[in-house]
Design a protein around this ligand. Structure first.
Ligand SMILES: CC(C)(COP(=O)(O)OP(=O)(O)OC[C@H]1O[C@@H](n2cnc3c(N)ncnc32)[C@H](O)[C@@H]1OP(=O)(O)O)[C@@H](O)C(=O)NCCC(=O)NCCS
Length: 263
């Protein structure tokens, strides 16, 4: 078995999707939604996130996790819905010796739709293939039934006996449930192909949204307050990155890959 190592030449953090959820880097525009979602009492109850949770906390988190050096030490994604809105987060914490821990949360308004399960599978599949992990572990406070069900659905072997004092919660060592996952567990589940999506910039995604809404280059230029030539350059770049041969094909691919939606 190999030992995990950080890639020598830092690459762009990957965007991952299974066609339903999209895992991407956080952006400044996510901050108000993150702050809203993390004020949820369940988040305060089961995680170590600040409570009460403010926009300042969200901003500090976005700044930290988008730092490329930090990202490869602790890969962290925003879970985005089909409208590219923040819907939760998933995080891998590798220990540098082939093991990583996974943590996750989903916005209260989107729970119970399998989003956490899909996001955890995507992140773990990527961790095995790209970080060369041997095992991914999960721990949660006793009683966190929802998180336990996610671990189980994502393919983890959840141990019957709790681990004593296995988790630090708000500065105190607590008993916890724990589970582990190896790459073969995901193979057994089948499907769920990880797709590393095109790295569209924020502006390119805005242009793609406008294309999906049927706007012409001229309309897009007016809406976004940029020149028509700049719009043309964005469109060319979008077609290259997806890749697509026409605007129509770009919109179809964008929808299929969860980067945009038809409005
Ligand atoms: C835990 C959490 C991420 C689950 O998100 P989610 O998107 O609702 O989870 P899913 O829809 O993928 O649910 C997966 C499974 O959990 C089950 N589940 C969801 N909520 C549940 C609950 N409150 N009690 C029991 N089971 C629950 C679902 O029925 C589903 O089971 P199935 O696969 O057998 O159908 C979400 O509740 C959350 O963010 N909680 C607060 C933060 C937290 O606890 N994070 C985990 C720390 S380790």
């Amino acid at each position: 078995m190999s030992v995990a190592s950080r890639p020598t030449a830092p690459k762009n953090p990957p965007t991952l999707t299974d066609g339903v959820v999209l895992l991407r880097l956080p952006e400044a525009s996510d901050i108000p939604t993150i702050a809203d979602g993390c004020q949820d009492p369940e988040v305060a109850r089961w995680t170590n996130l600040p409570s009460p949770y403010t926009e300042q906390d969200a901003r500090a988190w976005v700044d930290k996790v988008t730092n490329p050096v930090h990202w490869w030490d602790q890969p962290t994604w925003v879970i985005a819905d089909t409208g590219n809105r923040w819907s939760g987060s998933v995080h891998l914490q590798p220990d540098g010796r082939g093991t990583a821990t996974v943590r996750f949360l989903v916005a209260p308004w989107l729970r119970g739709r399998g989003i956490a399960t899909r996001a955890v599978r995507l992140a773990c599949r990527w961790g095995f293939s790209s970080l060369d992990l041997n095992v991914i572990t999960w721990r949660a406070l006793l009683g966190n039934e929802a998180a336990r069900a996610v671990a189980q659905s994502a393919g983890f072997a959840v141990h019957e006996q709790p681990m004593r004092r296995g988790l630090v919660h708000r500065g105190e060592l607590m008993d916890c449930w724990f589970a582990d996952l190896i790459a073969d567990d995901l193979q057994e589940l089948g499907g769920g192909q990880v797709w590393t999506g095109p790295q569209l910039t924020r502006r390119e995604r805005e242009v793609l949204h406008a294309m999906a809404a049927g706007q012409s280059n001229r309309d897009i230029a007016i809406t976004l307050g940029i020149s028509e030539n700049t719009v043309k350059n964005h469109v060319r770049s979008i077609l290259e990155k997806l890749p697509a041969r026409s605007r129509m094909e770009a919109v179809v691919k964008g929808v299929q890959e969860g980067i945009t939606r038809l409005t």
